[in-house]
Design a protein around this ligand. Structure first.
Ligand SMILES: *[C@@H]1O[C@H](CO)[C@@H](O)[C@H](O)[C@H]1NC(C)=O
Ligand SMILES: *[C@@H]1O[C@H](CO)[C@@H](O)[C@H](O)[C@H]1NC(C)=O
Ligand SMILES: *[C@@H]1O[C@H](CO)[C@@H](O)[C@H](O)[C@H]1NC(C)=O
Length: 392
């Protein structure tokens, strides 16, 4: 899309100027834990503004230890972008300090990698800002409702909020949150069901309004997304292509009965054998016979990114690298790295872009276009390219 290109071009020129953003890598814990405890409580439930910290000092001031203490959020906020501070020796020292645990003396390559990841964060947030300003102007002025934070998990010890996006690494994120919170010692010991059903994790909507507002204002808010069509295919394969005692009866039955002519009695009874095309027909039907589900709900609705303004926007496509970067930046225990467990149907091949193309080739161009329209905001907000040439 043209919009993408022009956004990117201007983004990159800003980024080139914004060498000050390199300080993003400064370890949060080294800075301060205090500033947000000192901020006065809010009366209503108001979403934080963006950029979050008006009181953030410039990079050079922070590095010299003058000025007010920097909040943890500044590490993943845009406040340092646009200042033209070069990378000073001091910055480098801080960067080195925060480098990966394994090596006591990180190589220059690692350092470069981290700078790159930090810059990626800056540009993702910037793009999201632009899209939000255009499509949901004023949204951050309004209060946040409980429902709007109902997918957000809380980890108080590391001051982390994680919005759960199914099919984008969420089981492993829950494991990591459990270890961070102290309810498990290692991600390795946590079976899939425990990660989801006995995880001892609290959701943000379980707090009162003051508790919600406080956390939204001061915690690092994390979102991991995935290419929308790939996420959709992954959800379809997971829920409909292997036995499932919930999705087959609850979704499969109404889908087959509505969209399949001459369905067999068995198919109508079990709800097993939904085709991808039938599934997409259901998804695009304005009068769906059964409601939405978090596994295929657009992230733009599931996690309300314009309202909540995430500090860290990771991508499934580089999940481990970006997750480990985040863990390191928040000062997680050095031996805690992001796990690589494939929970559901471990024998089935991971959904790739080739597999995604194969499923979408079962649709005609109108259906593909409508599916793209359905996930259009996700494509726009998270800068995924058009998955088929004929889409517009
Ligand atoms: C990390 O090290 C600590 C002790 O330093 C230990 O208690 C913990 O189990 C280790 N965690 C993992 C994930 O290995
Ligand atoms: C459904 O069955 C009817 C009658 O047996 C037949 O005429 C029709 O072509 C079938 N439709 C499909 C889509 O198979
Ligand atoms: C594509 O399939 C839909 C049914 O889902 C049909 O209504 C539409 O006419 C088809 N479009 C084209 C271009 O074949």
């Amino acid at each position: 899309m043209k919009l993408h290109c022009s956004l990117w071009c201007s983004l990159w020129s800003l980024l080139l100027l914004g060498a000050g953003s390199l300080l993003l890598l400064v370890r949060l814990q080294d800075l301060t834990d205090t500033v947000h405890q000192l901020t006065p409580g809010v009366s209503g439930l108001v979403a934080p503004r963006w950029p979050l910290d008006k009181d953030v000092v410039t990079d050079s001031a922070a590095a010299d230890g003058v000025g007010p203490p920097q909040s943890s959020l500044s590490v993943f906020s845009d406040s340092s972008v646009g200042s033209k501070q070069p990378v000073t020796k001091r910055h480098r020292k801080l960067l080195l300090k925060s480098s990966f645990a394994a090596s006591s003396a990180p190589s220059g390559g690692e350092e470069q990698q981290q700078l790159k990841l930090a810059r990626v964060q800056v540009s993702r947030r910037r793009l999201l800002n632009e899209v939000c300003a255009k499509y949901q102007p004023g949204v951050i002025e309004r209060p946040v409702s409980r429902r709007e934070v109902s997918r957000v998990y809380v980890e108080d010890r590391s001051r982390l909020l994680y919005c759960e996006v199914p099919k984008a690494g969420c089981s492993n994120w829950k494991r990591v949150l459990m270890v961070l919170g102290g309810s498990a010692t290692s991600t390795r010991d946590i079976p899939h069901d425990a990660a989801h059903y006995t995880n001892h994790l609290q959701r943000l909507d379980s707090f009162d309004h003051v508790g919600i507002a406080k956390r939204l204002r001061s915690y690092t808010k994390v979102l991991f997304v995935r290419e929308p069509f790939e996420r959709l295919v992954s959800a379809f394969r997971d829920k409909f292509e292997s036995p499932n005692s919930y999705y087959h009866p609850v979704f499969g039955r109404p889908i087959i009965s509505r969209y399949r002519a001459n369905a067999t009695r068995t198919a109508l009874r079990t709800g097993t054998g939904v085709t991808f095309r039938e599934f997409v027909q259901y998804l695009l039907d304005v009068r769906r016979p059964v409601g939405m589900d978090i596994h295929w709900e657009p992230v733009s609705q599931l996690c309300n990114p314009c309202l909540l303004r995430y500090n860290f926007i990771g991508k499934f496509e580089s999940l481990e690298k970006e997750a480990n970067f985040l863990l390191q930046s928040i000062g997680a225990p050095r031996n805690l790295t992001f796990p690589d467990f494939k929970d559901r149907n471990p024998l089935a091949e991971r959904t790739s872009s080739q597999i995604t193309q194969r499923y979408f080739s079962q649709l005609n161009s109108t259906e593909r276009q409508k599916a793209y329209d359905f996930y259009y905001m996700d494509y726009l907000m998270f800068n995924y390219p058009r998955p088929f040439k004929d889409l517009h």
